[in-house]
Design a protein around this ligand. Structure first.
Ligand SMILES: NC(=O)c1ccc[n+]([C@@H]2O[C@H](COP(=O)([O-])OP(=O)(O)OC[C@H]3O[C@@H](n4cnc5c(N)ncnc54)[C@H](OP(=O)(O)O)[C@@H]3O)[C@@H](O)[C@H]2O)c1
Length: 346
């Protein structure tokens, strides 16, 4: 049995981790942190997490916490994670950081997009980008995983086979993405309040969203060339779910059937990627509360464009589900432990 700490366990991804770990046979949650609710019980904030009756939030005092667990999930805002991640990593713990602090390999790019200096540059090289479909072997060998962002997960899983098999032009990829409001976290923000979002649908962070360099970094690794994308996120008036519609120009004419076959080969027996048959389309409701990424392919023959549509649950495959998947790989457990779920509808 492994002891686990969840730092930032009063937030959306932290509480989603707690929900998932109630089903995990090989881990025990021994510490949870919140600054604002320190001293309070998890069950007072989240009565549905009755599995953790008696467990109290504590402040993130890393010198105390490191004694309490073998594995640390860091579900904190970017910037707040940096120092504690480095500390626990140095103590020999397994660390899974859900923030963006260890995702970008170039600290200058991190500082430019996040407005925060990276003070632990030496640890960046140790961090493995936790997208199992691309980096499973590296994840199995590391003690420090940078869990991918939600939009990057949906974008990269959609684009990886097309780029890997050199099927598309690299210079005009467009990612049109939509997310539910939980993607912005649990903190109060008037723009995310019910009255502002219900019945509304709008773009935000146009040509400036912080997930852009993360997507570009991995696409550039896949294709061994410098890739830039146009990425536009939108806010959906729903709680959870991401749908990405991705456009790219095909290098040669391909039928949808050929493309679907290529994607099926690329994803082989991946437990959490479902390549849909021709004519079927992803829907955030069909992946809700699951760790699946659904992918559909279409071809616009008039424009010779490949249109890739992906759907994930941002708190599952986009964050906490993927974090647990990574932990299972790090511990050499069945990757699907605590993640097997049936899709729900409605
Ligand atoms: N939401 C998503 O869909 C999603 C997907 C992928 C990745 N992520 C990333 O995952 C991380 C967590 O996101 P979230 O949506 O769970 O955020 P959230 O709901 O706002 O929760 C943030 C958590 O961090 C704690 N916290 C805030 N500032 C802190 C500080 N300075 N020191 C220590 N603890 C602090 C909060 O505790 P108190 O406020 O109770 O003190 C809370 O528990 C972020 O980096 C986010 O970008 C989120």
């Amino acid at each position: 049995m492994y002891n686990v700490a969840v730092c930032g366990a009063s937030g959306y991804t932290g509480s989603e981790l707690l929900r998932l770990l109630t089903n995990h046979p090989f881990v025990k949650v021994t510490a949870v942190t919140s600054e604002k609710s320190a001293g309070g019980y998890i069950t007072d904030m989240f009565p549905f997490l009755c599995h953790y009756e008696g467990l109290k939030y504590e402040p993130l005092v890393k010198e105390d916490l490191h004694k309490k667990a073998d594995i640390f999930f860091m579900a904190l805002p970017h910037g707040a994670s940096q120092e504690a991640v480095a500390y626990f990593h140095k103590k020999g713990k397994k660390v899974l950081d859900l923030s963006a602090d260890y995702r970008l390999k170039n600290p200058d790019v991190y500082e430019k997009w996040y407005g925060v200096k990276h003070n632990y540059v030496d640890y960046l090289k140790d961090a493995v980008y936790g997208l199992p479909e691309l980096y499973r072997k590296d994840i199995a060998l590391t003690d420090l995983v940078a869990v991918p962002g939600c939009y990057p997960t949906a974008s990269l899983l959609g684009l990886y086979p097309a780029l890997y098999y050199n099927l598309i032009e690299k210079d005009n990829i467009i990612i049109d993405a939509k997310s539910g409001t939980s993607g912005a976290g649990r903190k109060a923000d008037y723009a995310l309040s019910f009255s502002e979002t219900f019945g509304s649908f709008r773009a935000y962070s146009v040509a400036s969203h912080r997930h852009t360099p993360e997507i570009e970094q991995i696409l550039s690794f896949i294709s061994s060339s410098d890739i830039k994308v146009s990425f536009t996120p939108h806010l959906l008036p729903v709680s959870r779910g991401i749908l990405c519609t991705i456009y790219a120009t095909l290098k040669e004419k391909k039928s949808v059937a050929e493309l679907v076959d290529t994607y099926i080969v690329a994803y082989g027996n991946e437990p959490f990627v479902r390549v849909l048959k021709k004519g079927r389309l992803p829907d955030i409701k069909r992946v809700g509360l699951t760790n699946y990424c659904d992918i559909a392919l279409s071809v616009d023959e008039r424009t010779n464009r490949l249109i890739i549509i992906t759907a994930i649950d941002n708190l599952m495959k986009g964050a906490s589900g993927q974090a647990v998947q990574n932990m299972n790989i790090m511990l050499s457990l069945d990757e699907t432990t605590a993640l097997k779920s049936v899709p729900i509808f409605p």
